[in-house]
Design a protein around this ligand. Structure first.
Ligand code: ATP
Ligand code: MG
Length: 400
């Protein structure tokens, strides 16, 4: 079978040929086995948490299979519509809600009273809920609530309440969420305690990222040197999506779909990284905003001369320090200082205090901007990169 490079490397969807199975450090089994075991446990809800783009959705697709997985986003649920009605509508299950309501009203002779209407509505909801549950069980479907953090806090509580009862009736559910975002409705819900299976997806390490490249190029009939695979894994930071993108762009540069056994050498990597950064142009504006720092209010900022001969202010210097070799997703203040010292050619170099103040300022710009701008955070004397794609863009994208 002759596979095309874009069938092998898939940065935006399920990677059939380059799916890598990983183990969590919490238990000595793969995430796939863990999820299978969790779904096998009647009366338990599965909660998957992991950083953005680490393969939470892909894991569910792998284990449950796209046919049996009925996926919803947190934002699909509105407070104006019953949870079960939203689900029924999407999976094409007809509900006889209007019919039930009419029948109850006529039959009871209670049509005008509040009690009459309330009992009809409750009955309707009960039957909708039971119908959906039964339909899911008959088809052996699993409800996957993806991006649960997009549901409003009220809706999250309501969903948790509905699920609590449903899981006892053999209804299988997985809730997926980002860390730091409120999923307290699930994990800190005392009604669900003792009935939760927690799966924490950890960031990818270089060994796991390498496997994507090695497996994929092998499928395309090309051996990849381990030094090249290592370099690519390091640049991918902790993101399997970046690795898939880099590999795909490298294939494009090699024209691998048309040329038999093209020569792959390390000189092509830089070009592949630059091409990959073209898919990340949305980070250009983020970089620009952070690099400008707060409004200087007419004051001229102190600048430093860097090795290239250019003059940069503290904000630009900070982004440069974060982006130079080797790429790292966490940096201590000492490390940032060492990087700045090596870059600044003046005798007067920024001290730790100045570095910290600059980071604080950038942090407050991020916090008062949209979520897209929250690309790193400062905690316990360290800068943690929250969005590996941003760091990749800083390293390889055009900033001017
Ligand atoms: N196990 C894996 N093996 C190989 N590639 C993977 C794997 N998991 C994820 N990827 C790559 O990363 C991409 C993103 O994965 P996925 O969409 O599942 O992440 P996510 O955690 O659900 O992200 P989000 O937080 O945005 O919902 C996939 O399209 C795929 O290219
Ligand atoms: Mg997802």
């Amino acid at each position: 079978m002759n596979l095309k490079s874009n069938e092998v490397f898939i940065p935006g969807a399920f990677p059939k040929y380059t799916y890598i199975s990983r183990q969590s450090s919490e238990f000595d089994i793969s995430y796939e086995v863990r999820l299978t075991q969790s779904l096998h446990t009647v009366g338990f809800l599965t909660s998957i948490i992991g950083p953005s783009k680490t393969g939470k959705t892909v894991l569910c697709e792998k284990v449950i299979g796209t046919e049996k997985m009925k996926s919803f986003s947190g934002s699909d649920f509105k407070e104006t519509e019953d949870f079960w009605v939203t689900i029924a509508r999407r999976v094409g299950l007809p509900l006889e809600s209007e019919q039930t309501e009419q029948k109850t009203m006529q039959g009871q002779g209670l049509s005008g009273t509040r009690e009459g209407r309330a009992s009809a509505v409750t009955e309707k909801y009960h039957s909708n809920k039971d119908k959906v549950i039964q339909y899911f069980i008959e088809n052996d479907w699993v409800l996957v609530l993806d991006d649960f953090h997009y549901a409003s806090p009220n809706m999250q509580m309501e969903i948790a309440y509905q699920l609590k009862d449903a899981i006892r009736k053999y209804f299988k559910t997985v809730v997926i969420s980002l860390p730091h975002r409120s999923d307290d409705a699930i994990r800190k819900n005392s009604d669900l305690s003792g009935r939760l299976n927690l799966i924490n997806i950890e960031p990818w390490n270089t060994k796991e990222l390498r496997e994507i490249a090695v497996t994929g190029f092998d499928k395309l009939g090309l051996h990849i040197d381990s030094s090249i695979a290592n370099d690519m894994a390091q640049e991918s930071l902790s993101s399997p999506q970046l690795m898939q993108s880099i590999c795909l762009n490298l294939c494009f540069l090699l024209d691998i779909d048309n040329i038999d056994k093209p020569k792959l050498d390390s000189s092509m990597l830089k070009k592949a990284y630059e091409m990959t950064s073209l898919n990340l142009l949305s980070y250009k504006e983020v970089a620009r905003k952070l690099k400008s720092g707060p409004n200087p209010r007419g004051q001229k900022r102190k600048t430093y001369t860097i090795n290239s001969g250019n003059q940069v202010d503290m904000y630009e210097l900070l982004l440069k320090a974060i982006s130079v070799d080797p790429p790292k997703v966490s940096l201590s203040i000492d490390e940032i200082k060492r990087r700045m010292d090596a870059m600044v050619s003046d005798a007067d170099k920024p001290d730790r205090k100045k570095i910290k103040t600059t980071i604080d300022q950038v942090q407050s710009i991020m916090q008062t901007s949209e979520p897209m701008y929250q690309v790193f955070e400062y905690k316990d004397d360290k800068v943690y990169i929250l969005e590996p794609l941003f760091l990749f863009y800083l390293r390889w994208g055009r900033l001017d």
